[in-house]
Design a binder for this molecule. Structure first.
Ligand SMILES: C[S@@+](CC[C@H](N)C(=O)[O-])C[C@H]1O[C@@H](n2cnc3c(N)ncnc32)[C@H](O)[C@@H]1O
Length: 307
């Protein structure tokens, strides 16, 4: 295992198996070195500075064959998704807290608990965005498990990077497309993805990639909204998601389309049983579902089988 970097000048941080400490030619298979490693060499990946190599790498993502079409009815082309998240990045955390009344924090905590990171393990938080789930996993493990935060939107990662630094967590970031993960097979003991895989242009391919980078027996926790919440609060939840979220989202983020995309994409999203089936088809041996907050969201806990 190669050493990646002393983080914030205090600890030595080992690279997850198969991860390089050097910035390679980025693009479809580019792993971008953690910023802590880069900042040592005077790279502008410092607070307030633009992580230049990361930005360049992410601009070059994605490089997909044109045949990978978005699901019918909603455009999930990677460029559109990236552009949308880069626009809303500055207000993403604020809107999360506002629109969920803080419940999103509890959901991520629960996802981390379900992952159950053990000391010495290496975990991937894919679609990490501004890094809240990566932080929850790291925190739960008392900093003794290593977490890599990966995403393909520079502006989201940049906010996460500043947050990790402020809170003193040595979490390296990777510019990575979930449909072509730049990690070798069986790199991670576990993986998480919160509110991310719903944006994939090709969900099955993304799930297969997540399975591929897990070691046999490795686990995955996918946290997502459910398309049709049931129970006594269902009408209120529907009103909230279909009417209030786009309205408040438009006012606060000043982006008309991004928060309309949320109910649109959730409405077309597979129900937990169907998503579980897709996860099994992608190679996971078992999938268990835990409904959260009266079924507004669901945590899907999957385990990769032995070879
Ligand atoms: C709704 S945000 C979720 C962020 C974070 N996981 C959270 O819980 O707040 C979705 C994130 O998924 C990322 N994403 C979507 N499609 C992706 C892909 N194909 N590869 C990598 N990241 C992707 C977006 O850039 C965005 O940061």
């Amino acid at each position: 295992m190669r050493e990646v970097a002393p983080t914030q000048g205090r600890e030595t941080y080992d690279a997850p198996r198969g991860l390089s400490s050097e910035t390679r030619e980025a693009g479809c298979d580019g792993f971008v070195a953690p910023r802590a490693a880069r900042s040592q060499s005077g790279d502008p990946a410092e607070p307030g500075g633009a992580p230049g190599a990361l930005r360049t790498a992410l601009r070059r993502l994605p490089c997909r064959p044109v045949s990978e079409a978005s699901p019918p009815g909603i455009d999930k082309a990677a460029g559109k998704i990236q552009a949308m998240f880069s626009r809303i990045a500055p207000r993403y955390d604020l809107l999360n807290r506002l629109l969920s009344g803080g419940t999103d924090v509890a959901w991520r905590k629960e996802a981390a608990r379900l992952l159950a990171p053990l000391p010495g393990e290496v975990h991937l938080d894919l679609c990490s965005g501004t890094g809240d789930l990566a932080l929850a996993v790291s925190r739960l493990a008392g900093g003794r498990a290593r977490v890599v935060a990966a995403d393909f939107t520079f502006e989201m990662l940049a906010i996460g990077q500043a947050k990790f630094r402020r809170r003193g967590f040595p979490i390296p970031e990777a510019g990575a497309d979930g449909l072509r993960l730049p990690f070798p097979d069986a790199t991670f003991d576990g993986a998480t993805a919160a509110f991310g895989v719903r944006n994939f242009e090709d969900l099955d391919r993304g799930l297969r990639e997540l399975c591929r980078v897990l070691r046999p027996g490795g686990r995955l926790v996918v946290l997502e909204f459910t398309p049709e919440p049931t129970g006594p609060f269902a009408p209120f939840v529907r009103f909230h998601v279909r009417t209030l979220v786009p309205l408040l989202g438009r006012i606060v983020s000043r982006d008309g389309s991004a928060y309309q995309y949320l109910p649109d994409s959730v409405g077309r999203w597979p129900a937990p049983a169907a998503l579980s089936e897709r996860m099994r088809s992608a190679g996971f041996a078992t999938v268990d579902v835990q409904l959260l907050s009266f079924g507004i969201a669901a945590a899907h806990v999957a385990r990769k089988g032995a070879p």
